[in-house]
Design a protein around this ligand. Structure first.
Ligand SMILES: Cc1cc2nc3c(=O)[nH]c(=O)nc-3n(C[C@H](O)[C@H](O)[C@H](O)COP(=O)(O)OP(=O)(O)OC[C@H]3O[C@@H](n4cnc5c(N)ncnc54)[C@H](O)[C@@H]3O)c2cc1C
Length: 377
């Protein structure tokens, strides 16, 4: 009988894992891929939605397009995970697996920042980005705050990109002079593992008169006074608050007993959890890399190669390498790139590549190649 691999979550990690298993093993493996949504959306597409560069329809990649030997996609919501027996319940059924892979990503904890829902906005979900796109045209004067409300958070450069793209958006509409932009960043610098990247972003902020406040966190928003209260007690009046909410593992993962300090402890080299035959990849796991699609994808590739080797009885691949490249939008059609290495040395390092037209094309290829590989589009 073919090995039954149950993959929970069809994001960067789940899609890459299923695709690699199918390519190598075809019908020799029985992959069930489950996601509650009907379509995948790249994280970076949320910035396109937010600033009205693209429509929601144009960035959705429907899961019904997945046609891969050995893989069946089920649009269902996972409601319980028993890692001891590798049994999973959804709103429509119960599934048992030989190999269980949890790739359910990170959810947002809006309640962790009182006032964020009532008096602010998040731009990290599709719905949130769409809401911001509706609000932005009416923002023609006043103070905009981009605030990171908790760490770790997905794609550390994304709020910097949002600040630069907001500057571009307001400039194009001729209202930049009457608006202030402040970026409140919990981390000490925009991209801590790469001082070069942080420097490039800090000079881009300075050139554009974007105020950068590192090392502080918006802890609540006072809806009545339209004031953001920072964790050092500072009060900042605002007219528009664009927040990165505190992240946490999805409830179903927290309730499964697999987590410690909010996420699934995972062996970096092999992506194993402490439960035999149960693995975790991507944002839901802790393997010592940032929460970003490229890392979820890299972990998925390593795990797939290891599962393929086990099924074929061949030699195990090397350990997960923790390497990844992230593209950074600087506005005005310019894209930079940071190549980060989280695991090979004593501390993470990053190399910056200056914004250029070539990197715009490279980022486009990053998206289109995944679209083709995962969805055949
Ligand atoms: C604004 C923004 C910009 C970004 N830019 C980049 C970038 O340029 N490069 C980059 O590499 N990363 C970027 N990211 C980060 C990237 O999107 C995530 O880190 C990545 O998607 C993580 O992959 P994953 O497979 O771990 O989880 P996800 O891709 O989040 O997938 C998890 C899946 O699990 C599903 N799920 C959750 N709970 C349930 C349940 N109970 N039942 C069924 N299904 C469930 C979800 O629907 C989701 O499809 C960005 C993120 C944001 C928000």
């Amino acid at each position: 009988m073919a090995t039954r691999v149950l993959v929970l979550g069809a994001g960067f990690g789940g899609l890459e894992l299923s695709s690699t298993l199918s390519e190598a093993l075809g019908d020799e493996v029985d992959v069930t891929l489950i996601d509650r949504n009907d379509a995948f959306v790249f994280g970076f597409s949320k910035l396109d939605l937010m600033f009205g560069h693209k429509s929601a329809d144009s960035v959705r990649l429907p899961y019904r397009d997945i046609a891969k030997p050995g893989v069946r996609f089920l649009q269902q919501t996972v409601t319980a995970i028993d890692p001891e027996t590798r049994t999973v319940s959804t709103d429509e059924g119960t599934y048992e697996a030989d190999i269980l892979v949890v790739a359910l990503g990170a959810d947002y904890d809006m309640a962790a920042t009182p006032g964020l829902t009532e008096a602010g906005n998040e731009f990290y979900s599709v719905a949130g980005a769409e809401r911001v796109a509706e609000l932005l045209p009416a923002f023609t004067e006043g103070h905009a705050i981009i605030g990171v409300c908790g760490a770790p958070f997905k794609c550390p450069p994304a709020p910097s990109e949002a600040a630069l793209l907001l500057h571009e958006y307001l400039s194009a509409r001729g209202v930049r002079e009457s608006c202030e932009i402040t970026f409140v960043m919990l981390l000490p610098s925009p991209v801590p593992p790469s001082p070069e990247t942080s420097e490039a972003l800090l000079s881009a902020f300075a050139e554009r008169d974007i105020k950068f406040m590192p090392g502080v966190r918006p802890s609540s928003l006072d809806a009545a006074r339209r004031v953001a209260v920072l964790d050092d007690g500072t009060e900042m009046p605002y007219d528009l608050f664009l927040g990165v909410p505190k992240h946490r593992a999805p409830d179903v993962v927290l309730e499964s007993g697999m987590t410690t300090d909010g996420y699934i402890p995972t062996k970096t080299e092999t992506l194993e959890t402490r439960f035999p035959g149960v693995y975790a990849i991507g944002d839901v796991s802790t393997v010592g890399v940032p929460k970003a699609g490229v890392f979820a994808e890299g972990a998925a590739r390593t795990l797939a190669e290891s599962l393929i080797a086990s099924i074929r009885g061949s030699e195990q691949p090397g350990p997960y390498d923790g390497l990844g490249s992230c593209y950074i939008e600087f506005g005005a059609g310019k894209v930079g790139r940071v190549d980060v290495d989280f695991l090979s040395g004593p501390r993470p390092t990053g190399t910056f590549h200056d914004p250029s037209d070539a990197l715009v094309a490279e980022k486009e290829h990053f998206g289109s190649s995944r679209r083709a590989r995962w969805f055949g589009r």
